[in-house]
Design a protein around this ligand. Structure first.
Ligand code: NAD
Ligand code: TYD
Length: 350
C-alpha cells in the first residue's frame, strides 16, 4: 500500500504508467499531477478516471505552495516524475518553457519531497524519468551506457540533463532516495501528433506531405510505450537507490527506412495501392542541431531487474497504427485549434 504521486500522468508515457499502476495496485493511492498543457489530455485516462484508488489534480509543477500542500495532503512515499515539456522542435522555438517545467518544476518537486520527508527516508523513493538525448549524438557505432558523459545539444535535452543533475545533487547533498532512468524514443497509442510516428500516421490519413528532416538519415532506437511503463514499474519497486538505468529497444531505425515501412503498413490498412503513401514523402530543411543517432545499451536493467521489451517492433507498430485508425476522434480532438497554429509555424513557414 503506497501513496504514489505521478507527475505528467495525462501525457503520452504518463497515461500508460497511471493505467498500469491503477490496475496493478488497487490498494495504493495514485495521484496524477498535471497542468494539462497542449500535450496533456484527460481523454487518455477515461477508462480508469473513476477508480477509487485514482485522483487527478490539475496544477503546475512550479507552483510551490500547491505542490507542497499536495505532499502534505497525501503523505506521498513514492514520486514518479514524468511531467516535462518533451518536444525538441518546440524547445528550439521556445526554450524558456523547457527551463520552466523541466528545470524549475523538477527542483520544486525535489524540494517538496525533501521538506515533507524531513530526513526520514525509510520507504521513500523519488524516481525521475529522463531521456537518452542527454548523452548527445552518436556516430555510426557505439551505444549509450549509464556512464556515457552528458553532452546535450538541444534546449530540450539540455533542460532534461539539468534536471537529472539536480536530482543527483539532491541525492548526494541531502541523501534524498532517488533513482533515475534514461529511455530511448517511445512510440505507441496516445502520443501527441507532433512526434514522428503519430504525425506521419495522421498526415498519411489526410494525404498531407510527410516532412522528412534533412536526408532522413538520422537514427533512433524505438521502444513500445507499454514496455517503458513496465520498466518504470520495475525500477520504482526494485531499482537501487542512487542508480541510473538506461532503457531501450535494441531497435535502431534510420528515419527514412522507418517512414517507408510505415507507408507500406498504412497502404495495406487503408486499402490504398502500394506506393501511394510513400509519394507523400517530402524532404524539408533539417532540424537545427539535429542529433545523428541515439542507441541504448539496456544491459543493466536487464541483468539487475530482468526487464526486456515484450513486443517486437512489428507487433508494436501494428498495435499503434490500429489504435490511431480506431481512435480518429482522439486524433481529431487533439489536432484542432492550437495544433493547427503550431503546424503552420513549424512546417508551412519552414
Ligand atoms: P508528453 O509531452 O506527452 O507529456 C508531458 C505531460 O507533462 C503532459 O501531460 C503535460 O501536461 C505535463 N506537463 C508539462 N509541463 C508541466 C508542468 N509545468 N506542470 C505540470 N504538468 C506538466 O511527454 P511524454 O512523451 O509522455 O514524456 C514523459 C517523460 O518521459 C518526459 O519527462 C520525457 O522527457 C521523458 N521521455 C520521453 C520519451 C519519448 O520518446 N516520448 C523518451 C524518453 C524519455
Ligand atoms: P521526434 O519524434 O521529434 O523525436 P526526437 O527528436 O526526440 O528523437 O523525431 C524523431 C526523428 O524524426 C528525429 O530524427 C527527427 C525526425 N523528424 C522528421 O524527420 N520530421 C518530423 O516532422 C519530425 C517531427 C521528426
Amino acid at each position: 500500500m503506497k501513496n504514489i504521486l505521478i507527475t505528467g500522468g495525462a501525457g503520452f508515457i504518463g497515461s500508460h504508467v497511471v493505467r498500469l499502476l491503477v490496475n496493478k495496485y488497487p490498494g495504493s493511492t495514485i495521484v496524477n499531477l498535471d497542468n494539462l498543457t497542449y500535450a496533456g489530455n484527460l481523454l487518455n485516462l477515461t477508462d480508469i478516471e473513476n477508480r477509487p484508488n485514482y485522483r487527478f489534480v490539475k496544477n503546475d509543477l512550479v507552483d510551490d505552495e500547491g505542490v507542497f500542500a499536495l505532499f502534505k495532503e497525501f503523505s506521498f512515499d513514492t514520486v514518479i516524475h514524468l511531467a516535462a515539456e518533451s518536444h525538441v522542435d518546440r524547445s528550439i522555438a521556445n526554450p524558456m518553457d523547457f527551463v520552466h517545467s523541466n528545470v524549475l518544476g523538477t527542483v520544486n518537486l525535489l524540494n517538496a519531497a525533501k521538506f515533507t520527508w524531513k530526513d526520514n527516508y525509510e520507504g521513500k523513493r523519488f524516481y525521475h524519468i529522463s531521456t537518452d538525448e542527454v548523452y548527445g549524438s552518436l556516430g555510426d557505432k557505439g551505444l549509450f551506457t549509464e556512464t556515457t558523459p552528458y553532452d546535450p545539444r538541444s534546449p530540450y535535452s539540455a533542460s532534461k540533463a539539468s534536471s537529472d543533475h539536480f536530482v543527483r545533487a539532491w541525492y548526494h547533498t541531502y541523501k534524498l532516495p532517488v533513482v533515475l532512468s534514461n529511455c530511448s524514443n517511445n512510440y505507441g497509442p496516445n502520443q501527441f501528433p507532433e512526434k514522428l510516428l503519430p504525425l506521419f500516421i495522421n498526415n498519411i490519413l489526410h494525404k498531407k506531405p510527410l516532412p522528412v528532416y534533412g536526408k532522413g538519415e538520422n537514427v533512433r532506437d524505438w521502444l513500445f510505450v507499454k514496455d517503458h511503463a513496465e520498466a518504470i514499474d520495475l525500477i520504482v519497486g526494485k531499482g537501487r537507490i542512487g542508480e541510473t538505468y538506461n532503457i531501450g529497444g535494441h531497435n535502431e531505425w534510420k528515419n527514412i527506412d522507418l517512414i517507408r515501412l510505415l507507408c507500406n503498413i498504412m497502404d495495406k490498412k487503408l486499402g490504398r495501392t502500394p506506393g501511394t503513401s510513400a509519394e507523400l514523402i517530402t524532404y524539408v530543411k533539417d532540424r537545427a542541431g539535429h542529433d545523428l543517432r541515439y542507441a541504448i545499451d539496456a544491459g543493466k536493467v536487464q541483468r539487475e531487474l530482468g526487464w526486456k521489451p515484450s513486443v517486437t517492433f512489428e507487433e508494436g507498430l501494428e498495435i499503434t497504427v490500429d489504435w490511431y485508425l480506431t481512435n480518429d476522434q482522439w486524433l481529431q480532438q487533439v489536432t484542432s485549434g492550437d495544433y493547427m497554429q503550431y503546424y503552420r509555424k513549424q512546417y508551412e513557414e519552414r
